[in-house]
Ligand binder design. Structure first.
Ligand code: MRU
Length: 362
Protein backbone atom coordinates (compact mmCIF):
# COMPACT_ATOMS: atom_id res chain seq x y z
CA UNK A 1 0.00 0.00 0.00
CA UNK A 2 1.10 3.56 -0.62
CA UNK A 3 2.00 5.50 2.52
CA UNK A 4 2.71 9.23 2.32
CA UNK A 5 4.89 10.57 5.13
CA UNK A 6 6.06 14.19 5.03
CA UNK A 7 5.34 14.37 1.29
CA UNK A 8 7.32 11.19 0.46
CA UNK A 9 5.39 8.15 -0.80
CA UNK A 10 6.65 4.65 0.06
CA UNK A 11 5.22 1.18 -0.53
CA UNK A 12 4.52 -0.86 2.59
CA UNK A 13 3.09 -4.24 3.46
CA UNK A 14 1.08 -4.59 6.67
CA UNK A 15 3.62 -7.04 8.10
CA UNK A 16 6.68 -8.95 6.92
CA UNK A 17 9.45 -11.16 8.28
CA UNK A 18 13.06 -10.05 8.70
CA UNK A 19 15.26 -12.92 9.93
CA UNK A 20 13.61 -14.20 13.09
CA UNK A 21 11.61 -11.03 13.71
CA UNK A 22 8.30 -9.74 12.39
CA UNK A 23 8.06 -6.10 11.35
CA UNK A 24 4.61 -4.54 11.20
CA UNK A 25 2.69 -1.30 11.02
CA UNK A 26 1.39 -0.54 14.53
CA UNK A 27 -2.31 -0.12 13.79
CA UNK A 28 -3.11 1.16 17.30
CA UNK A 29 -1.22 4.36 16.50
CA UNK A 30 -2.93 5.18 13.18
CA UNK A 31 -4.05 7.59 11.85
CA UNK A 32 -2.16 9.96 14.15
CA UNK A 33 1.25 8.28 13.96
CA UNK A 34 2.80 5.90 11.42
CA UNK A 35 5.13 3.55 13.23
CA UNK A 36 6.76 0.25 12.27
CA UNK A 37 7.32 -2.01 15.26
CA UNK A 38 9.21 -5.31 15.78
CA UNK A 39 8.10 -8.61 17.31
CA UNK A 40 11.12 -10.57 18.53
CA UNK A 41 9.56 -13.99 19.16
CA UNK A 42 6.35 -15.99 18.81
CA UNK A 43 5.11 -14.94 22.27
CA UNK A 44 5.42 -11.26 21.30
CA UNK A 45 3.50 -12.11 18.14
CA UNK A 46 0.67 -13.81 20.06
CA UNK A 47 0.41 -10.78 22.36
CA UNK A 48 0.37 -8.40 19.36
CA UNK A 49 -2.52 -10.36 17.81
CA UNK A 50 -4.47 -10.26 21.09
CA UNK A 51 -3.76 -6.55 21.69
CA UNK A 52 -4.66 -5.76 18.05
CA UNK A 53 -1.31 -4.20 17.12
CA UNK A 54 -2.30 -5.78 13.80
CA UNK A 55 -5.86 -6.94 13.19
CA UNK A 56 -8.17 -8.09 10.40
CA UNK A 57 -8.63 -11.77 9.53
CA UNK A 58 -6.00 -11.86 6.76
CA UNK A 59 -3.29 -10.01 8.69
CA UNK A 60 -3.71 -12.12 11.82
CA UNK A 61 -3.63 -15.27 9.67
CA UNK A 62 -0.30 -14.23 8.17
CA UNK A 63 0.94 -13.23 11.64
CA UNK A 64 -0.06 -16.67 12.92
CA UNK A 65 2.01 -18.32 10.16
CA UNK A 66 5.00 -16.05 10.77
CA UNK A 67 4.65 -16.68 14.52
CA UNK A 68 4.95 -20.42 13.80
CA UNK A 69 8.06 -19.71 11.68
CA UNK A 70 9.51 -17.79 14.64
CA UNK A 71 8.75 -20.74 16.95
CA UNK A 72 10.43 -23.19 14.52
CA UNK A 73 13.55 -21.00 14.38
CA UNK A 74 13.55 -20.67 18.18
CA UNK A 75 13.48 -24.50 18.45
CA UNK A 76 15.95 -25.22 15.64
CA UNK A 77 18.73 -26.44 17.99
CA UNK A 78 16.45 -28.79 19.95
CA UNK A 79 16.17 -32.58 19.67
CA UNK A 80 13.05 -33.95 17.96
CA UNK A 81 10.79 -34.59 21.04
CA UNK A 82 11.54 -31.11 22.47
CA UNK A 83 11.10 -29.53 19.04
CA UNK A 84 7.67 -31.15 18.64
CA UNK A 85 6.57 -30.12 22.14
CA UNK A 86 7.76 -26.53 21.57
CA UNK A 87 5.93 -26.24 18.23
CA UNK A 88 2.68 -27.68 19.60
CA UNK A 89 2.80 -25.27 22.54
CA UNK A 90 3.52 -22.31 20.25
CA UNK A 91 0.50 -23.27 18.10
CA UNK A 92 -1.73 -23.22 21.20
CA UNK A 93 -0.29 -19.84 22.33
CA UNK A 94 -0.88 -18.32 18.88
CA UNK A 95 -4.37 -19.79 18.51
CA UNK A 96 -5.41 -18.72 21.99
CA UNK A 97 -5.55 -15.05 20.99
CA UNK A 98 -8.58 -14.28 18.86
CA UNK A 99 -11.12 -17.05 18.29
CA UNK A 100 -13.28 -15.84 15.40
CA UNK A 101 -11.00 -15.34 12.35
CA UNK A 102 -10.72 -18.60 10.35
CA UNK A 103 -7.47 -17.44 8.68
CA UNK A 104 -5.51 -17.67 11.95
CA UNK A 105 -6.41 -21.33 12.54
CA UNK A 106 -5.92 -22.19 8.88
CA UNK A 107 -2.37 -20.75 8.83
CA UNK A 108 -1.34 -22.37 12.11
CA UNK A 109 -2.66 -25.80 11.09
CA UNK A 110 -0.75 -25.62 7.80
CA UNK A 111 2.46 -24.73 9.64
CA UNK A 112 1.90 -27.53 12.17
CA UNK A 113 1.64 -30.03 9.30
CA UNK A 114 4.80 -28.61 7.75
CA UNK A 115 6.59 -29.10 11.09
CA UNK A 116 5.81 -32.81 11.26
CA UNK A 117 8.08 -34.46 8.65
CA UNK A 118 11.85 -34.71 8.11
CA UNK A 119 14.96 -33.71 10.03
CA UNK A 120 14.77 -30.69 12.34
CA UNK A 121 16.43 -28.49 9.71
CA UNK A 122 13.97 -29.70 7.05
CA UNK A 123 11.03 -29.06 9.38
CA UNK A 124 12.22 -25.54 10.18
CA UNK A 125 12.57 -24.74 6.45
CA UNK A 126 9.15 -26.24 5.69
CA UNK A 127 7.44 -24.10 8.34
CA UNK A 128 9.16 -20.95 7.05
CA UNK A 129 8.12 -21.84 3.48
CA UNK A 130 4.55 -22.59 4.51
CA UNK A 131 4.24 -19.27 6.40
CA UNK A 132 5.57 -17.53 3.28
CA UNK A 133 3.03 -19.41 1.13
CA UNK A 134 0.16 -18.24 3.37
CA UNK A 135 1.36 -14.63 2.93
CA UNK A 136 1.69 -15.02 -0.88
CA UNK A 137 -1.77 -16.60 -1.18
CA UNK A 138 -3.23 -13.78 0.93
CA UNK A 139 -1.67 -11.24 -1.41
CA UNK A 140 -2.78 -13.06 -4.56
CA UNK A 141 -6.36 -13.48 -3.27
CA UNK A 142 -6.66 -9.81 -2.31
CA UNK A 143 -5.54 -8.73 -5.77
CA UNK A 144 -7.93 -11.14 -7.55
CA UNK A 145 -10.80 -10.02 -5.30
CA UNK A 146 -10.08 -6.47 -6.45
CA UNK A 147 -10.26 -7.48 -10.11
CA UNK A 148 -13.46 -9.56 -9.67
CA UNK A 149 -15.15 -7.01 -7.39
CA UNK A 150 -14.32 -3.92 -9.47
CA UNK A 151 -16.74 -5.19 -12.13
CA UNK A 152 -19.58 -4.70 -9.64
CA UNK A 153 -18.74 -1.02 -9.20
CA UNK A 154 -20.19 1.22 -11.89
CA UNK A 155 -18.78 4.63 -12.71
CA UNK A 156 -20.20 7.13 -10.20
CA UNK A 157 -21.08 4.54 -7.52
CA UNK A 158 -21.21 5.13 -3.78
CA UNK A 159 -20.02 2.13 -1.76
CA UNK A 160 -20.63 1.74 1.98
CA UNK A 161 -18.19 -0.31 4.05
CA UNK A 162 -17.97 -1.32 7.69
CA UNK A 163 -14.85 -1.74 9.84
CA UNK A 164 -11.54 -2.06 7.96
CA UNK A 165 -11.24 -4.78 5.36
CA UNK A 166 -8.50 -2.87 3.56
CA UNK A 167 -4.80 -3.40 2.99
CA UNK A 168 -4.22 -3.15 6.74
CA UNK A 169 -6.47 -6.16 7.34
CA UNK A 170 -4.31 -8.25 4.95
CA UNK A 171 -0.79 -8.00 3.54
CA UNK A 172 -1.91 -5.48 0.91
CA UNK A 173 -5.00 -4.40 -1.15
CA UNK A 174 -7.54 -5.86 1.33
CA UNK A 175 -10.87 -7.49 0.51
CA UNK A 176 -13.77 -5.02 0.75
CA UNK A 177 -11.50 -2.11 -0.23
CA UNK A 178 -9.68 -3.99 -3.00
CA UNK A 179 -12.54 -3.64 -5.56
CA UNK A 180 -12.75 0.05 -4.64
CA UNK A 181 -8.97 0.50 -5.20
CA UNK A 182 -9.15 -1.28 -8.57
CA UNK A 183 -12.26 0.66 -9.71
CA UNK A 184 -10.50 3.91 -8.77
CA UNK A 185 -7.34 2.88 -10.66
CA UNK A 186 -9.51 1.99 -13.69
CA UNK A 187 -10.58 5.64 -13.71
CA UNK A 188 -14.12 5.09 -12.40
CA UNK A 189 -15.55 7.70 -10.06
CA UNK A 190 -16.13 5.87 -6.78
CA UNK A 191 -17.12 7.31 -3.43
CA UNK A 192 -17.01 5.51 -0.07
CA UNK A 193 -19.21 5.88 3.01
CA UNK A 194 -16.97 4.82 5.91
CA UNK A 195 -18.76 3.52 9.01
CA UNK A 196 -16.95 4.70 12.11
CA UNK A 197 -17.23 1.15 13.62
CA UNK A 198 -17.45 1.51 17.38
CA UNK A 199 -15.99 0.52 19.74
CA UNK A 200 -12.45 0.46 18.30
CA UNK A 201 -13.28 2.71 15.33
CA UNK A 202 -11.39 0.73 12.66
CA UNK A 203 -13.43 2.63 10.03
CA UNK A 204 -12.61 6.09 11.39
CA UNK A 205 -8.98 5.28 12.15
CA UNK A 206 -7.91 2.85 9.42
CA UNK A 207 -10.32 2.79 6.45
CA UNK A 208 -10.44 6.60 6.29
CA UNK A 209 -6.61 6.69 6.52
CA UNK A 210 -6.18 4.14 3.70
CA UNK A 211 -8.62 5.97 1.39
CA UNK A 212 -6.90 9.27 2.13
CA UNK A 213 -3.51 7.73 1.21
CA UNK A 214 -4.94 6.48 -2.11
CA UNK A 215 -6.79 9.72 -2.91
CA UNK A 216 -10.18 7.96 -3.05
CA UNK A 217 -13.10 10.26 -2.10
CA UNK A 218 -14.88 9.23 1.13
CA UNK A 219 -16.88 10.50 4.03
CA UNK A 220 -16.90 9.27 7.60
CA UNK A 221 -20.30 8.55 9.16
CA UNK A 222 -21.32 7.33 12.61
CA UNK A 223 -22.53 3.75 12.66
CA UNK A 224 -26.14 4.72 13.27
CA UNK A 225 -26.23 6.97 10.16
CA UNK A 226 -25.83 4.14 7.63
CA UNK A 227 -29.59 3.43 7.49
CA UNK A 228 -30.32 7.13 6.97
CA UNK A 229 -28.10 7.29 3.87
CA UNK A 230 -29.39 3.97 2.52
CA UNK A 231 -33.01 5.11 2.79
CA UNK A 232 -32.18 8.38 1.01
CA UNK A 233 -30.86 6.35 -1.95
CA UNK A 234 -27.30 7.62 -1.49
CA UNK A 235 -25.72 4.17 -1.20
CA UNK A 236 -25.46 2.02 -4.37
CA UNK A 237 -23.84 -1.06 -2.87
CA UNK A 238 -22.28 -2.36 0.32
CA UNK A 239 -19.04 -4.35 0.46
CA UNK A 240 -17.73 -5.78 3.74
CA UNK A 241 -15.10 -8.35 4.66
CA UNK A 242 -15.50 -11.47 6.82
CA UNK A 243 -13.72 -13.21 9.67
CA UNK A 244 -15.27 -16.64 9.13
CA UNK A 245 -17.83 -17.89 6.63
CA UNK A 246 -19.74 -21.09 7.38
CA UNK A 247 -20.36 -23.69 4.66
CA UNK A 248 -23.97 -22.46 4.29
CA UNK A 249 -22.77 -18.88 3.64
CA UNK A 250 -23.52 -17.36 7.08
CA UNK A 251 -20.93 -14.64 7.74
CA UNK A 252 -19.13 -13.61 10.93
CA UNK A 253 -17.84 -10.05 10.59
CA UNK A 254 -17.35 -6.95 12.73
CA UNK A 255 -20.19 -6.17 15.12
CA UNK A 256 -22.82 -4.10 13.30
CA UNK A 257 -22.47 -5.90 9.96
CA UNK A 258 -25.76 -7.77 10.52
CA UNK A 259 -27.68 -4.51 10.93
CA UNK A 260 -26.21 -3.09 7.71
CA UNK A 261 -27.23 -6.25 5.84
CA UNK A 262 -30.82 -6.17 7.11
CA UNK A 263 -31.24 -2.46 6.32
CA UNK A 264 -29.65 -2.98 2.88
CA UNK A 265 -32.16 -5.78 2.20
CA UNK A 266 -35.04 -3.55 3.31
CA UNK A 267 -33.85 -0.85 0.87
CA UNK A 268 -33.03 -3.16 -2.07
CA UNK A 269 -29.28 -2.39 -1.90
CA UNK A 270 -26.84 -5.16 -2.97
CA UNK A 271 -24.80 -6.45 -0.02
CA UNK A 272 -21.52 -8.16 -0.98
CA UNK A 273 -19.01 -9.99 1.20
CA UNK A 274 -15.42 -10.05 -0.08
CA UNK A 275 -13.23 -12.84 1.32
CA UNK A 276 -10.49 -15.28 0.30
CA UNK A 277 -10.68 -19.09 0.46
CA UNK A 278 -8.85 -19.01 3.82
CA UNK A 279 -11.86 -17.33 5.48
CA UNK A 280 -14.33 -20.06 4.42
CA UNK A 281 -14.68 -22.76 7.09
CA UNK A 282 -16.12 -25.74 5.26
CA UNK A 283 -16.24 -27.75 8.50
CA UNK A 284 -18.58 -25.20 10.09
CA UNK A 285 -22.21 -25.89 9.12
CA UNK A 286 -23.74 -22.49 10.02
CA UNK A 287 -23.21 -19.19 11.79
CA UNK A 288 -24.60 -20.67 15.03
CA UNK A 289 -21.39 -22.71 15.32
CA UNK A 290 -19.00 -19.75 15.06
CA UNK A 291 -17.35 -18.65 18.29
CA UNK A 292 -17.78 -14.91 18.82
CA UNK A 293 -15.00 -13.10 20.65
CA UNK A 294 -16.14 -10.92 23.56
CA UNK A 295 -13.65 -8.17 24.39
CA UNK A 296 -12.92 -5.99 27.40
CA UNK A 297 -15.65 -3.54 28.44
CA UNK A 298 -13.01 -0.78 28.69
CA UNK A 299 -13.22 -0.55 24.86
CA UNK A 300 -16.82 0.63 25.25
CA UNK A 301 -16.59 2.87 28.33
CA UNK A 302 -13.49 4.66 27.00
CA UNK A 303 -12.06 6.10 23.80
CA UNK A 304 -8.41 6.45 22.76
CA UNK A 305 -7.08 9.23 20.58
CA UNK A 306 -4.78 12.23 20.70
CA UNK A 307 -5.32 15.58 22.39
CA UNK A 308 -5.03 18.94 20.61
CA UNK A 309 -1.23 18.79 21.06
CA UNK A 310 -1.13 15.37 19.36
CA UNK A 311 -0.37 13.47 22.59
CA UNK A 312 -1.98 10.01 22.92
CA UNK A 313 -4.80 10.11 25.44
CA UNK A 314 -7.76 8.13 26.72
CA UNK A 315 -11.09 9.64 27.75
CA UNK A 316 -13.86 7.97 29.69
CA UNK A 317 -17.28 8.36 28.05
CA UNK A 318 -19.12 6.27 30.64
CA UNK A 319 -18.35 5.53 34.26
CA UNK A 320 -15.60 2.92 34.43
CA UNK A 321 -17.79 0.61 36.53
CA UNK A 322 -20.64 0.61 33.97
CA UNK A 323 -21.66 -2.98 33.10
CA UNK A 324 -20.75 -3.66 29.45
CA UNK A 325 -21.21 -6.43 26.86
CA UNK A 326 -18.69 -6.13 24.02
CA UNK A 327 -19.07 -8.78 21.31
CA UNK A 328 -16.49 -8.08 18.58
CA UNK A 329 -18.42 -9.78 15.76
CA UNK A 330 -21.93 -10.75 14.71
CA UNK A 331 -23.49 -13.22 12.30
CA UNK A 332 -25.16 -12.17 9.07
CA UNK A 333 -27.40 -14.97 7.75
CA UNK A 334 -26.57 -15.92 4.16
CA UNK A 335 -30.03 -14.88 2.93
CA UNK A 336 -28.90 -11.24 3.17
CA UNK A 337 -25.74 -11.76 1.09
CA UNK A 338 -26.08 -10.82 -2.60
CA UNK A 339 -22.78 -12.51 -3.49
CA UNK A 340 -19.32 -13.48 -2.25
CA UNK A 341 -16.43 -11.78 -4.03
CA UNK A 342 -13.57 -14.33 -3.96
CA UNK A 343 -10.31 -15.00 -5.77
CA UNK A 344 -12.09 -17.68 -7.85
CA UNK A 345 -14.93 -15.39 -8.92
CA UNK A 346 -18.31 -14.16 -7.70
CA UNK A 347 -20.26 -16.83 -5.76
CA UNK A 348 -24.05 -16.56 -5.99
CA UNK A 349 -26.80 -18.46 -4.10
CA UNK A 350 -27.50 -21.26 -3.32
CA UNK A 351 -24.36 -20.89 -1.21
CA UNK A 352 -24.01 -24.41 0.17
CA UNK A 353 -23.57 -25.64 -3.43
CA UNK A 354 -21.54 -22.65 -4.64
CA UNK A 355 -19.11 -22.85 -1.70
CA UNK A 356 -18.64 -26.63 -1.76
CA UNK A 357 -18.11 -26.71 -5.52
CA UNK A 358 -15.65 -23.76 -5.49
CA UNK A 359 -13.46 -24.85 -2.58
CA UNK A 360 -12.10 -28.24 -1.56
CA UNK A 361 -12.74 -29.34 2.03
CA UNK A 362 -9.54 -29.43 4.17
O1 MRU B 1 -11.53 -6.85 15.23
P1 MRU B 1 -10.88 -6.71 13.88
O2 MRU B 1 -10.43 -5.32 13.57
O3 MRU B 1 -9.79 -7.74 13.67
O4 MRU B 1 -12.05 -7.05 12.89
C1 MRU B 1 -11.83 -6.98 11.51
C2 MRU B 1 -13.04 -7.22 10.73
O5 MRU B 1 -14.10 -7.50 11.23
C3 MRU B 1 -12.89 -7.21 9.26
O6 MRU B 1 -14.05 -6.76 8.65
C4 MRU B 1 -12.62 -8.65 8.86
O7 MRU B 1 -11.45 -9.14 9.46
C5 MRU B 1 -12.59 -8.80 7.41
S1 MRU B 1 -11.19 -8.12 6.62
C6 MRU B 1 -9.97 -9.27 6.91
Amino acid sequence: MKVRIDGVTKDYRTLWMEGQTIKLIDQRKLPHRFEVTTLENHRDTAKAIKDMVMRGAGAIGVAGGYGMAQAALEASEMMQPEFEKYIQKAAVTLKDTRPTAANLYHAIERCLNAASIGSIQERVSSVINEAGAVASEDLYASEQIGIVGSELIEDGSAVLTHCNAGALAFIDYGTALSPVRFAHRQGKKVFVFVDETRPRCQGARLTAWELEQEGIPYTLIVDNAAGYFMRRGEVDLIIVGADRIASNGDVANKIGTYEKAVVAHENGIPFYVAAPRMTFDLNCPSGDHIEIEERDGAEVTGMWGVDEKGCPTKVLIAEEKTPVRNPAFDITPSKYVTGFITEVGLLKPPYTDAISSSFLKE
